[in-house]
Design a protein around this ligand. Structure first.
Ligand code: ATP
Ligand code: SF4
Ligand code: MG
Length: 327
């Protein structure tokens, strides 16, 4: 990739399962189990998959909010897992996260000036009026009035609180912003406005986003590239138009078929994926999706499929996908 900003290689995060507080692990939750991906500066990567497939764990490990089990992450060419604390702190300024629920991520006892200004205070000597002015600028940037800096979070609506969380994430002019379900806890009208704001900010500030969302219409609206996760692994990855238009993996097909569309009539016409997600402690052998896959054959239980090139930059892990000629 010419303008690569993030490279992830064979990343794993296993959580220990213990029978008592001090006991040795009896098993491991394989939350992220060998993820490799690359992002270009200025693009939006949509990360999708059912609840519990490891999306949040993947981004937490990327940001080093959680210790990785193994693997490598390079941000702007720098090895995030092999650097001293001071350098990591500097780099962290460039990677920010916006969480799902702005109510819980904003301290209710603090003024907006202190919530949004906190990262600025931590990383610079800025304070007093200068800080209030900077926070006022950030408020304007996210479409909120400047005088909001002297209010508390409860004085804002859900959509406005999410704007405040975005202002906080942008306080240090990051390059990469992780949006973990940024619109799922707010009303539909505010959702659309927040998405428009995020798109506008991305253009104006040249941001790169990782967008996690259950809502595939949100991902369709925002993402340039899509990664589909199932039980800790990426099963399909590629340009958004290809993943949506020429969906390759049976899991992605099932996931897309489960979305109610405008022309579906009633709940009966909505297909859901058969069965429950298996445990990440003991994932199924071979292809992890075989216990729910309508196309599964004997080989799927025994052999794990490798990634196959479906088209330029579009890959998927299934035994029955035809390799692109010459790929
Ligand atoms: N701190 C933890 N300790 C043990 N297991 C964990 C921990 N955090 C996450 N897990 C497990 O790791 C797996 C992946 O969880 P994760 O929260 O990353 O999924 P997700 O895709 O973000 O789900 P959702 O869509 O519900 O947010 C799940 O099985 C979860 O129970
Ligand atoms: S490898 Fe087999 S089980 Fe897995 S997605 Fe393909 S057909 Fe289904
Ligand atoms: Mg999550």
């Amino acid at each position: 990739m010419a303008n690569s900003i993030l490279k992830v290689r064979a990343l794993k995060k296993y959580f220990p399962v213990r029978s008592g507080f001090f006991s040795k692990p009896v098993a491991w939750v394989k939350a992220v189990d060998g993820v490799t991906l690359e992002m270009e500066q200025g693009e939006v990567l949509g990360l999708v998959g059912e609840s519990g497939c490891g999306k949040t764990t993947l981004v937490n490990v990327l940001l080093k909010l959680e210790e990785p089990t193994s693997g490598e992450v390079f941000f702007d060419g720098l090895d995030l897992f092999n650097m001293d604390k001071k350098s990591l702190r500097k780099i962290r300024k460039n990677i920010q996260i916006v969480f799902q629920d702005p109510f819980w991520s904003l301290n209710p006892r603090l003024l907006i000036r202190d919530i949004v200004g906190e990262p600025i205070k931590v990383h610079t000597n800025c304070g007093g009026e200068e800080l209030a002015t900077k926070v006022g600028d950030l408020m304007e940037m996210v479409g909120l009035p400047r005088n909001g800096v002297y209010k508390y979070p409860h004085e804002f609506s859900g959509g406005e609180r999410q704007r405040i969380a975005i202002a906080r994430a942008l306080a240090l002019s990051p390059k990469l912003v992780v949006l973990d379900e940024p619109t799922s806890s707010i009303d539909v009208l505010s959702q659309a406005q927040i998405l428009e704001l995020l798109r506008d900010l991305k253009e104006r500030l040249g941001l790169t986003y990782i967008l996690i969302s259950h809502d595939l219409s949100v991902v369709n609206y925002m993402a340039d590239r899509i990664a589909v996760m199932y039980l800790g692994k990426i099963v399909e990855y590629g340009p958004a138009e290809d993943v949506f238009g020429q969906t390759a993996h049976p899991y992605t097909k099932a996931l897309f078929a489960a979305i109610p569309t405008l022309d579906t009539e009633g709940i009966d016409s909505i297909t859901t994926i058969e069965g429950n997600v298996p445990s990440a402690i003991n994932p199924p052998s071979g292809c992890r999706f075989h216990t729910r896959c309508p196309m599964a054959k004997d080989i799927c239980k025994e052999k794990e499929p490798g990634m196959v090139d479906c088209d330029e930059g579009h890959i998927a892990a299934c035994h029955f996908i035809k390799q692109k000629p010459g790929g």
